[in-house]
Write a protein that binds this ligand. Sequence first.
Ligand code: PXG
Length: 439
Amino acid sequence: MDGGLRNSLEAYWMPFTANRQFKAAPRLFVAAKDMHYTTADGRQVLDGIAGLWCCNAGHGRQKIVDAVSRQVAELDYSPAFQMGHPKAFELASRLAGLMAGDLDHVFFTNSGSESVETALKIALAYHRIRGEGHRTRLIGREKGYHGVNFGGMSVGGIPANRRMFGTLLAGVDHIRHTHNVPGNEFARGLPPNGAELADDLERLCALHDPSTIAAVIVEPVAGSAGVILPPKGYLERLRAICDRHGILLIFDEVITGFGRLGAPFAANYFGVQPDIVTTAKGLTSGVVPMGAVFVRKEIHDAFMTGPEHLIEFFHGYTYSGHPLACAAGLAALDIYEEEELLTRASRIGALWADTMHGLRDARHVIDIRTLGLIAAIELEPIAGAPTKRAFTAFLKAYEKGLLIRTTGDIIALSPPLIISEEQIATMAETLREVLGELD
Ligand code: PXG
């Protein structure tokens, strides 16, 4: 690499990246179309993770490109506070129509992290408005990922994401995770064992008194910690405990939203009704940053009480409901609808699961988990060097033309929902080759 290029890589401090490793051997994408990225050296790379779980309609979709282009020329920005523009209302209405039950009010943000902060603040304010200001505790789950801001980091349960950052939010506790429950190895779909882990919430209710708890936030399917599935009956049990104690249940659907499981949202898929749902990513198919928080009617209406000239909720972002994001969101929803993408994972899920579980005899594999169009391939860590084996797999897969994600020693896969049957087979073949070459 020449000195000039090295310098040009230096200034950008990359997020969640081994910066020195990257800059010594950069991996740059310069274009993307449908299921493939093009690298700076002109190679095609099959996208096994929808960008970062977000490009659900695939890349370079003309309808989205056109909608965003038209929008930037017509109305580039409209103030988010005390003013509106038509597409924000249209998008919120369409989203409410897709979502399960009466989660029919939508608050716009710009990312999953902001959606989480917004949801936690809505939960606290809702109780306070109703005269239950004693409900201040927030409960998350071990291994949970709810973004990187202080609220989400606090209810999150990934140690590396927390340990450098002081005391975090006060009054937060965590229920146990559901990873690697004995008897669940290589289960297809929802694991059979571990529903009783939901009862851990009762332990925290007994410890803190349930009247101090505002909300519980969980990912219906945990993505970042390595695809951790809810045992059969687990989410229903969590819902029942929340109901018993007047606790709000928040589903963080930043990954599961917009078709990942074969239904529009996990709330639809599992038939479990949360009180608040956080989303982002697939909302615009990753094209323009945007998040949306869905709130049940009763919660929204509780805010709409005081004098009408007063702001009901002191929260929002300059770019909430940004016109470009709304244009991208509406076009993405059009594509999802026309191509029936939000339910496609239910149609090819069996093939996906068969193909991925076909890797169970590959080297180093100790577990495989699949649901919808998600898969995790868990590897035996190298003794004394955790994460190294999976990271090497990531580098090798990239060299062989396949983009995957790894967390710890787990390979996570979540392709765009447009993936073809042949491309699913290609993914598995490449992975088998990669696993066979690992130390
Ligand atoms: N909640 C959940 C459940 C997430 O998965 C966030 C919140 C935060 O979203 P933003 O938009 O602020 O990044 C996420 C993000 C991975 C990976 O490969 C996962 C995420 C982001 C990047 C990589 O596991 N999830």
